[in-house]
Ligand binder design. Structure first.
Ligand code: GLU
Ligand code: ZN
Length: 287
C-alpha cells in the first residue's frame, strides 16, 4: 500500500507551493488506493506558531483534500533521543559548539545547501559548558554503510552522495533533534512508503538514506516534485513571507477572501499555474 505525507512546519502560513505539494502527495496516494498523512513538523519550539496548525487543516480542507493526521513532532521527542543515543554509542556523532559566525569566519566551502561545516570540533575536546549540537561524522557513517542507493520516481536510481553536505547537524543546540533525524524517524514510524516533497529537499534524501541504513529503518521511495517560482525565478518560501497576507500567494488569505480552493487544486493538477508563477524542477536562489 502506498503511503504519502504532507509535513508542513508551523513557522509561517502555507503558500501556493504548499498547496501544490499537498495535492501531489494526496493524489499519488489516492490514485494508488493508498493513504495520505498529515504530520505537523513542530520540532522548532522557538519558531513554532501553534495557532497556525488549525489554519493548515482548514487550508487542506478548502483544497478538497482528505487526510489522516498522525502525531506531531513535538509528541515524539523520546524517539529522537533514543535514536541519537544509539548513533552516539556507535561513535557516529560528535559534539559541536561552533556558532554560525565562527563557522562563517573559517570561510568553508559552499555545498548545495549553503556553507559546509569544516569539521572543526570533530577531533577536539569541546567545552561542555557551551551549548552544543550533535553532528553526524559522515566519513564514519559511510565507512559503516558502504555504498547506498535510493530511488526517486522521477529522477531514477541515485547513488547516495551525502559527502557534499558534510557533517550535518542531527541534534540541534536549541531543539531535541534536527530536521534530518526527525523526518527520517517519523517517515519510518508512520509507515510512509513514498516520500513526496519539493525538489529543494532533493539533497536531504542522500542523508536520510544513510540514516535509514544506520538505524535499521525501512527504505521508502521518493518523489521530488517541481518547485513554484515567482517571476524573478525565486521559489516561494516562508522565509520570504510567501504565505503571509498581502503576498498574494497565502492559502489562508485566499480562502478567507472567498476564492474557490477546489478549483485552485484542479488547476494545479493540470499544471495551470496562476499568472506570475512557473514550475521548475530545479531550485533557484535562496530559500
Ligand atoms: N517540514 C518541512 C517543511 O515545511 C518539510 C519536510 C519534508 O517534506 O520532508 O519544509
Ligand atoms: Zn564545531
Amino acid at each position: 500500500m502506498i503511503v504519502t505525507r504532507f509535513a508542513p512546519s508551523p513557522n509561517g502560513p502555507l503558500h501556493l507551493g504548499h498547496a501544490y505539494s499537498a495535492v501531489v502527495a494526496h493524489d499519488l496516494a489516492r490514485e494508488a488506493g493508498g493513504r495520505f498523512l498529515l504530520r505537523i513538523e513542530d520540532i522548532d519550539g522557538a519558531r513554532s506558531r501553534p495557532e497556525l496548525v488549525d489554519d493548515f487543516r482548514r487550508d487542506l480542507e478548502w483544497l478538497g483534500l482528505e487526510w489522516e493526521e498522525v502525531a506531531a513532532q513535538s509528541a515524539r521527542l523520546g524517539s529522537y533521543e533514543v535514536a541519537a543515543r544509539r548513533l552516539m554509542a556507535d561513535g557516529l556523532l560528535y559534539r559541536c559548539t561552533c556558532t554560525r559566525a565562527e563557522i562563517q569566519a573559517l570561510e568553508p566551502r559552499m555545498g548545495p545547501e549553503g556553507l559546509v561545516y569544516p569539521g572543526t570540533c570533530k577531533h577536539k575536546h569541546v567545552d561542555l559548558s557551551r551549548p552544543s549540537a550533535l553532528r553526524l561524522d559522515m566519513d564514519a557513517a559511510l565507512a559503516r554503510t558502504g555504498e547506498l542507493f535510493w530511488e526517486d520516481e522521477t529522477a531514477g536510481c541515485i547513488a547516495a552522495d551525502p559527502r557534499e553536505l558534510g557533517d550535518v547537524v542531527l541534534v540541534r543546540k536549541d531543539a531535541p533533534a534536527g530536521y534530518h533525524l526527525a523526518a527520517t524517524l517519523d517517515d519510518a514510524a508512520d509507515g510512509v512508503t513514498l516520500v513526496t516533497r519539493g525538489a529543494d529537499l532533493f539533497f536531504a534524501s542522500h542523508i536520510h538514506r544513510v540514516l535509514q541504513e544506520l538505524l535499521g529503518l525501512p527504505v521508502p521511495m521518493w518523489h521530488h516534485h517541481a518547485l513554484m517560482l515567482e517571476g524573478d525565478g525565486r521559489k516561494l518560501a516562508k522565509s520570504r513571507q510567501s504565505g503571509e497576507r498581502g503576498s498574494g500567494w497565502g492559502l489562508t488569505a485566499m480562502r478567507e477572501a472567498g476564492e474557490d480552493g477546489r478549483a485552485l487544486a484542479e488547476r494545479l493538477r493540470i499544471g495551470q499555474m496562476p499568472c506570475g508563477i512557473t514550475l521548475s524542477r530545479f531550485p533557484h536562489g535562496s530559500s
